[in-house]
Write a protein that binds this ligand. Sequence first.
Ligand code: C2O
Ligand code: CU
Length: 490
Amino acid sequence: MISRRGFVLGGAAAGTLALSPSAAGPMPRSLDTLPADAPVRPFSLLAKEMEVPLLGAGKPATRHVCAYNGTPLLRVRARRGTRLKVDFRNQLPDPTTVHWHGVRVPYLSDGVAPITQEPIPPGASFAYDVPLPDPGFYFFHPHCDETGQVGRGLVALLLVDDPAEEKVPFDLEHVIVVKDWRLGEDGQFLDMFTNDGAATAGTFGTVRATNGRVLPPRVAAPAYGDVRVRAIVADSTRVIDFGCDTEDAAILACDGQAIPPVRLDKVPDGVWRMGPAQRLDVHVRMPGPGAEVKIYDYRTAEPYLLTTLVAVDKGKKKRPFKPLALPIAKEVPQADLTRAKRLDFLVQTAAGAIAVAPPLPPGDPLAKALIDSLCVGDKTFWAINRNSWGAGADLRLPPPLDELHDGESYVLSIANVTKHPHPMHLHGHIFRVLSSSRKKGVPQYLADTVLVEPNESVEIAFKATSGDWVFHCHILEHMDSGLMGWFRIT
Ligand code: C2O
Ligand code: CU
């Protein structure tokens, strides 16, 4: 098993877009999110398969692990205000693309096949122009056979630092990547997509892991010191309830966007629920020498240990806990709620009638774009407002969910009428989560992905930016089986 459809390369990929297959550029100035003279950082990125002992020493190594630059779950750091000039090479046996999740890039760099580019065939290169206008905690991953490639490890973190943050006196930063592995007894990957999973909560891994390893990390931290814990759910399926066994903890940022600190014991149940793609920054104050702080996923019947922080004496003195606030970035465009237009979306199962929306007009640049079988699944279980992405045999790109206007403000109401939670992600925008019909007492926050629970409706607001942007569930099998649409913003 390499990929369900990696061998189909050719016919289906042809004729998707009139873009150059080798580069996202030239970037029209009007779409750029940084000044033309912003510092440039060349960045070579290579996707390749490798063999990794995922189950640990003494167990069979796993073949066909997908990684960027030879490091599964690679971490990349950059400064806010830089522009990454990415020279990407695909050495996987399958086509791929790179999507910069949460980063306000011009849409031509968004990496979404077939909307912003064609899939990059094995052996080919692609140049991405990736401005980083906002500090934050981002990640990147393919947007083509995501279920298979992300499932096999093709995810990298992108931490964009703000110089103003350096003044916040943390003693330690600890990153937690929640991502299970879906392996058989022989240590080899099982199929990532199952019909039963895709039609329900998603197909779970068989082995839980933190930072790629089966044993949760044990990390030494100064007693009475301040740790910045940065967690991401990079799994294709799993939803967690992030929490810890100390009261001295506070949420500092959601999806990398700082908020005034909220003590974790003040949010409902003392946990923060996070679906695939969501990130959280938390300040943890360490206890006295020798004591430990345990960070858990409390969603499972038996809490699952994500990390143990062990306090070691470094001469720090005990003092009352006061959360360390992160600077709030001002660059993110904000919606004007007094003039925002409201749009309503229903996340639903595809059972029953699927609206056959009129195709794009023949003159549209994307009229010929096919949702080729390289990049999405062939089953349809989910829909947004009765439209499914690539429903059945119709490989044509569906028309946009709506046509919006650049610079205008919108409030999206997203109602989930299914039995499963859906982490909904809008590309190219950082939105404000305004309210939820179920969660009360949660402050507003900025995010790029919001978890919408069964029978919940959530309102988000954003200021629209030009481009063709997808809006989808980040449970990857849901997205691959219909739960995706797109907005055209002009
Ligand atoms: Cu990380 Cu389209 O998503
Ligand atoms: Cu979903």
